[in-house]
Design a protein. Structure first.
Length: 66
């Protein structure tokens, strides 16, 4: 699937989630954060625009993680 979709390897951060069932297949590619956290007091919040936050790939498929 990676080769078929021809993902470029020049990305610094890249995530790939694949869900396969007997009836369907789902692929979520994540290559950029949806938010940069700057307000919480966590390490790095004040450096380079904040800490990047990435949504879990399973969330795109409607799977709820606890």
């Amino acid at each position: 699937m990676y080769q078929f979709l021809d993902f470029k390897e020049d990305k610094k951060q890249f995530g790939l989630t694949i869900i396969v069932t007997p009836k369907w297949m789902f692929l979520a590619a994540i290559n950029q954060p949806y938010h940069n956290e700057t307000k919480l007091n966590i390490p790095g919040h004040d450096i380079d625009g904040g800490v990047p936050v990435y949504l879990d790939g399973f969330a795109y498929a409607g799977v709820i993680n606890l």
